[in-house]
Structure formats: C-alpha cells, structure tokens
Design a protein around this ligand. Structure first.
Ligand code: NAD
Length: 488
C-alpha cells in the first residue's frame, strides 16, 4: 500500500488510491464528535457534509439557537419582575424587546461555534469534504467507496470504515408544507417578529420549548397534544407539574387532542381538532408550529446497495453501533431505538470510533441518558419513571422534594417543581431521577453519574451537597426516599 499523506490533506486529491481509516457521513454533533475522537485515536478521518458549515441541526436550527432564545426568555422574565429584585429602570423608562437584536445574538452564537468546529477539524487534521455522500455498495477488498457530489463536482472517497451520521428532519402532517405560517423548528427560529398567537401541535421537547419561549415574549400559545399528557415520555408527575405551571403562565394546553385539519386563513392559520371529550374545536392563530417528531435522513444515500438493514427508515445496529454491512456503523438520530438527542448522538459516535480503533468502551445505555427539556420550568430526567419501574416488577420506593423547601430556589425566585427519586426498595438502587424546576437540566448530571457508578440512596443521603445550592434539593429528595428530608 502507498504511504498515506499527513492527516488533514485530502487523500483523494493527493492520492486517489489512498484509503482513509474512517469516512464519517454527516457533520452534526454525532458525526463531528466521532471524527474528533477518531483523530484522537490516531486514525485518518474524513468528514463529509452536504452543508458548507459543520454543526448540523443541533448547531444551526436546533439545540443551540433554541437555548439561546430560551436564555433571552429567562432574562426577560426576570426583568419583567425587576422591581421585585430591587431593580428600577428609572422614571418613565420601559423595558422593551429588541427582537432583531435577539436574533442577531442567536446568529452570532451559531457563527462562533461554526468557527470553533472549523478550528477543531484543523487541530485534529480531519479532512473535511463538502458534498452530498452516497454509499456505492458493499465493502470490496476491505474498502468502502463513497460517491461525493459537491454541487455537481463529483469525486470518490475510499475508507476502511464508514460511519453514517446523517441526522433527521422535522415531520409534517400529511398535506402540509412548511412556509412563513406553517412552521417547523427551522422557520420558527427565523421569525422576523414575535407572533401574537401560536398553535403548537405536539407537546414533545420541540413543542413545549417553543411554547415556553414565545409565551415569555407575550405570544398567546395553545398546545394541542394527541396523547393524554404533555411531554409523554416523562414521569406522569412531571407532565402534571409542567401542565400546571404552563397554565399558570397563561399557556392553553389541550391534551387528547386530535388535529384534523390545518388551513390558511387571510392572515393566519386555522387548526381544526377533536378535543379529549370528542367535541370538534377550531383554533385560529397567526402561526402554527408542527412539532410531531423527526424522521431519519436515510433516503437517497445508497443504503439499498448495501446490507445495512432499516426499520421504518431507522438504521438497525448492534451495541457497538455496527450495521449488518461490515465496516459500516450508524450513530445519532438515524439509529433505531435510540432517542434523537445530540448528546446520545455524540456518545454513540464515540462508541463506534472506539470499536473501530479497537479500544475499550461501553455501549450506550438507554437507562442512563439525561433527558433535558429547556422550558420554564426546566425538566431533567434519567432512568425509569415510577410507572416503568413498577411495570418491570421492582418494589419501588419513591422520594420527592419540592423546590419550595430549598433556600437557593427562594433566592433565585423559582419555587415551582420538585425532585423525584425512584428507587428499588430492596437495595436502594437508584432506578430513575425526575426533576422539574430551576436548573433541572444541570442538576440531572449528578444523577446520571451516580447511576453510572451504581450508587445507592444511602450513598447519596451521606454525600455532602453545598449550601445554599439547588443541588441540596437532590440531597433532600434522596432523604425523602427514607422519609427523612430535612427541609420539608
Ligand atoms: P417528539 O416525538 O418528542 O414529540 C412529538 C409529540 O407530538 C408527541 O408527544 C406526539 O404524541 C405528538 N403528536 C404526534 N402527532 C400529533 C398530532 N397529529 N397531533 C397532536 N400531537 C401529535 O418530537 P419533537 O418534539 O418534534 O422532537 C423531535 C426529537 O427531537 C425528539 O426525539 C426530541 O427528544 C428531540 N429534541 C430534544 C430536545 C431536548 O432534548 N431538549 C429538544 C428538541 C428536540
């Protein structure tokens, strides 16, 4: 075999016969994390993405811009109550929202991180190849060949291994197309003005996060969720508390609602639905957000020419992220049975790369994934819900502690919500942790680490948590499992 050029040089340019160790298809958080980890293992990596800017949905139209807007919303909500905190704007001065500046800040954050990724690719000497990639068929003599089409300029990349990381896109209801009134996560992030009214179809993470953001900015928000509760995968008590706080914030929540039709009116939209009691209802609004899930992007990429198996469009993999085609792995939103979360995508990429590099690793465990929903109030959860634990036959012991009893929660003016621990009665194994309230998305990290290390309720009851912090609510919740919370 001919010697390989330095990492970072485009092998296909310098030597068409050269072969990368790994070609990663897709530059979102799953793909770019895998690429960096591969380079850290000393592998020659190519990262192919159809977009000239790396980062995928997460960076451009997902996690990062949404959380930027949520931070604005949080600040705005605090400032609305400025006087309560002893802050005055002065005689006659009024707090106003400069939406264009909010959008500008959001875009600046994205640009900064795109540059950060470009820096990381250079630092790790990863060959970034712009273009749309397609598999050409099964592995031949230990090498895969990938066709790359960069706006008509065609080339081929050869690699011993291929990682598919092509992500997902928002599903729309039948007959609908996204535009300036019928919105998905993409269009809603680019609105030029805060809408007066918004109907949100679907109360998963996307739906409730945008409902929360736009309610903070004054929009009349109506949620229509097909299932009987908001954030259906969460513990039932979390859904109930979110609905209570959302209603308190003036968000109309309709669960058990079946959307029949979405039509455009002269200047807005009209959504017809059947409510939980079977009654036909109509809701008119300026905009409608369709947030009914995301479909995997696995079409038009040559999968049918390989042995890779699909399940309703999702790629089937084993615990090492390997598909049925030798040397082809799948990670991130396209994987069957994995939640579509950026951090799960990233970790599945690290698992795949470790397997390719022959290093030690542990597969992604579904029961140790932090689920974070960045609403007000925030939700952070991991492991089994109380109902799931009971279904699995555990004798369950639950501890619950309200943020109303936590001194830091009083200081930050955020008393809604609670921490709920689901444990196994026999040995105190922590089966699930469910938090709704201030900084829940940060607090859940402790729970995941403890579950990963197989800590017990007793360990946690004797783990010192700093005072005054929100994390003390965790300590009290562990105590509550034994009926011994200090502050409630
Ligand atoms: P989702 O699948 O999480 O939720 C969609 C919701 O829409 C479900 O509750 C479903 O019952 C409901 N629904 C489906 N069809 C409906 C209909 N016709 N009428 C009314 N309700 C209907 O999907 P999502 O919220 O679009 O999110 C997509 C993916 O992205 C998810 O995997 C989600 O976890 C992920 N995501 C995560 C975060 C986060 O972690 N903070 C943020 C955004 C997206």
């Amino acid at each position: 075999m001919q010697p390989l050029p330095e990492r970072g040089a485009l092998l296909s340019e310098t030597n068409p016969e050269a072969v990368y160790d790994v070609a990663v298809l897709g530059g979102g958080p799953a793909g770019y994390t895998a690429a960096i980890r591969g380079a850290e293992y000393g592998l020659k990596v190519a990262l192919i993405d159809a977009s000239p800017k790396l980062g995928g949905t997460c960076l451009h139209v997902g996690c990062i811009p949404t959380k930027a807007l949520l931070f604005n919303a949080e600040l705005w909500d605090y400032l609305k109550d400025a006087e309560e905190y002893g802050l005055n704007f002065g005689e006659g001065a009024k707090l106003t929202l400069d939406w264009a500046a909010v959008q500008k800040r959001k875009s600046a954050i994205i640009t900064k991180h795109v540059k950060g990724l470009e820096f990381l690719m250079k630092k790790h000497k990863i060959a970034v190849i712009p273009g749309y990639a397609r598999l050409t068929g099964a592995i031949k003599d230990g090498v895969h060949t990938v066709d790359v089409d960069a706006s008509g300029a065609k080339s081929q990349v050869k690699a011993k291994n291929v990682i598919l990381a092509t992500g997902s896109q928002a599903k729309l209801l039948p007959g609908l197309a996204a535009d300036d009134r019928i919105l998905t996560n993409i269009e809603i992030l680019a609105l030029e003005q805060v809408p007066k009214s918004l109907v949100v179809i679907g109360a998963g993470a996307v739906g409730v996060e945008f409902a929360s953001i736009f309610r903070s900015f004054g929009t009349e928000v109506t949620i229509l969720e097909f299932l009987p509760r908001l954030v259906p995968p969460e513990d039932g008590e979390i859904s109930k508390e979110l609905a209570r706080v959302f209603r308190k914030r003036g968000i109309e929540t309709n669960t058990g609602a079946r959307v029949e039709k979405v039509e455009k009116t002269a200047d807005g939209v009209k959504v017809s639905y059947t409510d939980a009691s079977g009654k036909a209802q109509v809701k008119e609004a300026e905009k409608v957000l369709v947030a009914v899930g995301r479909a995997p992007q696995t079409e038009e990429m040559g999968i049918e020419k390989t042995r890779v198996e699909l399940d309703r469009g999702f790629v089937k993999v084993n615990e090492w992220q390997e598909t049925a085609e030798p040397g082809v792995y799948a990670i991130g939103d396209i994987v069957a049975g994995l939640p579509q979360l950026a951090h799960v995508g990233a970790m599945s990429g690290m698992v795949a790369m470790a397997k390719i590099a022959g290093r030690t690793f542990r597969p992604v465990r579904r029961d140790r994934i932090p689920n974070c929903t960045y609403t007000d109030p925030q939700i952070g959860s991991a492991g089994l819900t109380e109902a799931q634990a009971k279904e699995k036959g555990h004798e369950v012991k639950v501890g619950k502690f309200p943020f109303a009893g936590n001194s830091k929660a009083t200081i930050v003016g955020s008393h809604d919500g609670f921490v709920k621990i689901v444990s196994d009665a026999k040995f105190g194994e922590i089966l699930g942790v469910h938090i709704i309230g201030p900084q829940a998305t940060e607090l859940i990290a402790e729970a995941v680490a403890v579950m990963e290390l197989e800590g017990t309720v007793e360990h946690l009851m004797f783990t010192i948590h700093a005072h005054p912090t929100l994390s003390e609510a965790m300590l009290d919740a562990y105590g509550a499992v034994e009926g011994m919370a200090i502050n409630a």
